[in-house]
Design a binder for this molecule. Sequence first.
Ligand code: ADP
Ligand code: MG
Ligand code: ZN
Length: 623
Amino acid sequence: MPMNNRPTNKRRPTPPNRRGMKNAGFVALIVLIGLVVYAAYSQPSATKTIPVTEAVKAANSGQYSKIVVSGNELSITKKGDDKASIKTYTDPNASVKELGIDFSKVQVSFKPESSGSSFWVIFLQSFLPILLIGGLLYFMLRSAQGQGNQALSFGKSRARLYGNEKDKIVFGDVAGQGEAKQDLEEVVEFLKYPKKFQGVGARIPKGVLLVGPPGTGKTLLSRAVAGEANVPFFSISGSEFVEMFVGVGASRVRDLFAKAKKNAPCIIFIDEIDAVGRRRGSGMGGGHDEREQTLNQILVEMDGFEQGQNVIVLAATNRADVLDPALLRPGRFDRRVNITLPDRQDREAILKVHFDKKPLGKDVNLDALAAKTAGSSGADLANIANEAAIIAARNNHSQINQDDVTEAFERVAIGPERKNKIMNDKEKEITAYHEAGHAIVGHVLPDSDPVHKVTIIPRGGTGGVTWFLPPEDRSYTSVIEFKDVLARALGGRIAEEVIYGKDRVTTGAGNDLQKAAEIARDMIVNQGMGRKLRDQVFHVDDGMMLDKLVHERDYSDDTAKLIDEEVESLITEAANRARAVIKANLKKIEALKDKLIEKETVEEKEVAEVLHGSVLPKEAALY
Ligand code: ADP
Ligand code: MG
Ligand code: ZN
């Protein structure tokens, strides 16, 4: 069971203050609105308006102490009060003197007009709408820019600049990968001491291509190069060049290289370069015009570097085979650093790096975990470490213990347990027979990996799992090993068939069959392992043409038919071998099934005990 290669989240560094400032602006806006409302409602509160004749009468009878006239508005203060509490209005054209107020009974003063409204009310009334609209516009513009300048700057490169950060990455952060590091140390030297190389007439390479499976640390290594050389690092992903609009990619490339030249010495890192760098003119890949233009621009820019400019372009891909040969020409990406899946020792080193910052219990055996994780990438291992920490936290452990680590490993490899998915007894029995079938075939066939664990607890998308683990790393797989893998993959379906009958087999084997078909086709098409079609490979170019998938193949229809026949014969042979093993070991299958129903999960040792004494029938043996 291969490990899943889950993509790890790449963090886009966002300016930390942006968000906070936005919030502050928002609060200010709310406060402003609050002020307006306050001003509108809290103005002249406890004043009473009375008819002017009544006011004059009261004034002349000596009830008031003070009248303040402002235009046609009279504010009246009663005797004994210290604040105006009454208002009245005269006819706008009439003079106050004509009202007949006895000036000896009350003190009358005049104030310039309009001073009745306070300064704040005037201020808010006249300026607030402008402020509000201005503020709104400002925030709208800001948030438009906040989204990576998308709306306003298509042609700008979206390269992100790293360097001078606190969490700078250096070679020490990359575990293992000794050879790749050695190759890249040279690049660091070019960046640090260019004179030394130019002095003896050496041409400093412009492009270095990092090739390796996903998650093996290509991006990490490139950042480490920048960190070691202490130069800025412009990072952009190939897919970011490709936009809906023709010409955008090319202009982004131009912008990126212009920025880089200004910041030399520096590193440009183009991640996933196969997104733009595919072989041109194959008619594959929708909208390839745009891709071609972008690719051409990259080539032009790389050729345009003058000697001594000291910009090194690193690029990463896991599909070096599809790259345009023009990219790989001398003077462009002529250096190649191969990055491989880590071996056991490197896996342990990577695990150490990632468990290092976490509280780890004394019982955790990273060496054993490294042994179990053959085929895992660095990203997988980092993922296991993170999952283990999550599981430990959820179990309220203060330290990560061995059970947490085991659970994390299984989660990453085959998905989380689905303990609350309920299976009825019949389904449980079918699953137990099915898994016992896989297990017995794998156990009996001499070139299969040993059974690591069998479980009928649903995990990820499957009903149960039989898990084989290679005892050690291997780089090659032989025909015989492939055939044993095929047979054990069919073991589940065949066990159902033998136990319940041909037409009672279930959909539980869907995944198995698909995997078997893939392996068989790979053997024939890519590995030259057919019977008639020996030592030949058949190239298929999968691609998207407009919106339909196309397969461009370089062999005839007759060959296609032959390939299908070869695949079929491999599958049939595997099914027959599985059937022979199962029929010869029915008692063992029964025993393992019972154990599974009883315990749900049976570990390596116990599987071996239960299946001890099983036999390899002649029909299933290959040699
Ligand atoms: P790639 O670019 O090859 O797909 P990345 O460089 O993005 O892979 O690696 C993903 C993550 O995996 C890294 O962030 C790191 O946590 C982990 N990783 C991969 N290889 C190593 C390694 N050799 N040492 C330490 N961590 C690694
Ligand atoms: Mg990457
Ligand atoms: Zn199965």
